[in-house]
Design a protein around this ligand. Structure first.
Ligand code: ADP
Length: 433
């Protein structure tokens, strides 16, 4: 301020001096012209600079103002610095905002921000996918016009946001289960967080089915056993008859024992998330054990052929591998009718993969059952499975063991033309001799 007044007084003094000198030389008229000329120079310069300022303001380029002399130079440079700082601050805020948006977009959960009228202020692309929204066209639309599920509208209206809301059959294919919760924030706004709980719900349903299946599997032999016990208790049976009943009870007890053992095996396999160990498993030993068990089970009713390339062995867990191979061989024996043929082999392909294969001439499996065979308790032939002591868990166990050894379980079968079950091991699970 002081600089401006000093500058003004200086100009005024110069004008007076010039006017006084002109008056001395040429009279009053010249004095007036001289004084006016001196005063008009800074005025013209001021208008010139104002015009430059206006131009740069209109171009939004105040930070690029040209140099000017004197006070104007100072004003321009201060203005330039001010605008540059402000633009820098705005850029920082924009970057921060952009990062927030990117973070919200990276979230695996759907996020919808509602204003105090329940209109969409912002949503991320997951929320767009979940509810078929399009932020560009749906911004500032009322959310209940776009998500028209009655339970959701009720949830918004009731304002009971302490509890989440489960919405089933959402998403583009109507196959998602979504858990949604509203969180109030600034000025009566609401944040809707939406989580995809489809897998969780499926796992819950599977657990429920599993418990129901296990109970059912246990109840059947238990009921039969209790019936026999009652008979033995209440009737005065002859010794041979008694023996027969006890034998039948033993069969049911064995069935329960098999079931419990298979359940424990499966539970242990599921609990162990590490890959199987890397011990050398001698295939000649495995084949000798498999052959023994198969012959005992078949009781010479089938033609059994075993052939192993015993130059190549597996790196894995012997107990698990024996269990997986044993399950496939015992299935072949159990499902193949008398005088059928069963081939068990171990060989290496030209790509260096190890293939354990069990082929039978049994009834085969219709193609529609193949994708579900490794599900727990899934059976094609329910009565044959039970008759032969099957638990419905064998192939589920085989699949788990295969996964733990990075092996693939392949099933080829057609109804009526036998089946082939193969376990294909990657080259790095094999070792020679
Ligand atoms: P299970 O204890 O009932 O044999 P698995 O899980 O081992 O249970 O097998 C599932 C179902 O697959 C069996 O119930 C049976 O219907 C079918 N299956 C398995 N192996 C064979 C096979 N070699 N031939 C025909 N069907 C088979």
């Amino acid at each position: 301020m002081l600089a401006v007044i000093t500058r003004f007084l200086t100009i005024l003094a110069v004008a007076i001096v010039f006017a006084w000198l002109a008056n001395g030389f040429w009279g009053q008229y010249a004095a007036f012209v001289a004084g006016l000329t001196v005063l008009s120079v800074p005025l013209i310069y001021a208008y010139f600079n104002l015009a430059r300022l206006q131009k740069f303001i209109l171009l939004n380029r105040v930070e690029a103002l040209p140099a000017a002399s004197g006070l104007w130079g100072e004003v321009f440079s201060r203005l330039e610095r001010l605008v540059r700082n402000m633009k820098g601050q705005v850029r920082n805020i924009e970057k921060q905002h952009e990062r927030f948006i990117q973070a919200f977009q990276a979230s695996p959960n759907g996020i919808i921000m509602l204003d105090d009228q329940d209109q969409i202020e912002w949503c991320n692309s997951i929320a767009e996918y979940f509810f078929g929204l399009n932020f560009k066209s749906d911004a500032l639309q009322k959310v209940n016009y776009l998500i028209r599920r009655p339970e959701f509208i009720r949830y918004l209206n009731d304002r009971l946001f302490d509890e989440p809301l489960l919405i089933e059959q959402m998403g583009p294919s109507a196959n998602l289960s979504l858990m949604l919760q509203a969180f109030p924030f600034a000025e009566n706004r609401r944040l809707l967080l939406v989580q995809d709980v489809t897998d969780l719900r499926k796992a819950e349903a599977m657990r429920r089915d599993f418990v129901a299946n296990v109970s059912h599997e246990m109840r059947t032999p238990l009921t039969v056993m209790m019936g026999f016990l009652e008979t033995v208790q209440t009737l005065d049976l002859e010794e041979p008859q008694k023996e027969q009943y006890l034998e039948m009870m033993m069969t049911q007890a064995r069935r329960m024992k098999n079931l419990v053992e298979d359940l424990l095996t499966l539970a242990n396999l599921e609990a162990n998330t590490l890959p199987a160990s890397n011990q050398k498993v001698q295939m000649s030993t495995i084949f000798a054990l498999l052959k023994n068990d198969a012959e005992a089970l078949s009781q010479s009713k089938h033609s059994l052929n075993f052939h192993a390339d015993d130059q190549v062995n597996i790196l894995g867990d012997e107990r698990e591998l024996l269990s997986a191979f044993g399950n496939l061989v015992s299935n072949a024996v159990r499902y193949t009718p008398e005088s059928g043929k069963i081939d068990v082999s171990w060989s290496v392909t030209e790509h260096g993969q190890g293939v354990f294969s069990v082929s039978d001439s049994g009834p085969g499996i219709p193609p529609e059952h193949l994708p579900r065979l490794t599900e727990r308790f899934y059976r094609v032939d329910r009565s044959r499975s039970r008759e032969t002591g099957g638990t419905g868990l064998g192939l589920a166990i085989v699949k788990h063991i295969a996964n733990r050894h990075q092996a693939q379980l392949l099933i080829e079968s057609l109804s009526g033309s036998g089946s082939t079950f193969k376990l294909v091991f990657p080259a790095d699970r094999l070792t020679s001799s």
